[in-house]
Design a protein around this ligand. Structure first.
Ligand code: FES
Length: 76
């Protein structure tokens, strides 16, 4: 098992999403998400920054355990 810092230097997690940008950040207006949104953190989604379920195949192939960040709006 690699120490976290060493892992970050040796491997890239973003393989093909907007590689021309110096740093990837995405902004989502909370008014636009409705009641729930799932955000990708495996970098495999074809619908970045949203989860499209691609993490399941990634986990199957690598033994990893990543999943989406689910953001929900509470009913007021
Ligand atoms: Fe990346 Fe689901 S596709 S977390």
């Amino acid at each position: 098992k690699l120490p976290l810092g060493r892992c970050h230097r040796r491997f890239q997690c973003n393989h093909d999403y907007e590689k021309d940008r110096k740093k990837i950040t995405d902004n989502i207006d909370i008014e636009d998400i409705g009641t729930k949104v799932s955000l990708c953190r495996c970098w495999k989604s074809a619908k970045m920054p949203f989860c499209d379920g691609s993490h399941k195949q990634h986990n199957k192939e690598t033994g990893d355990n990543v999943g989406a960040i689910n953001v929900r709006r509470r009913a007021l």
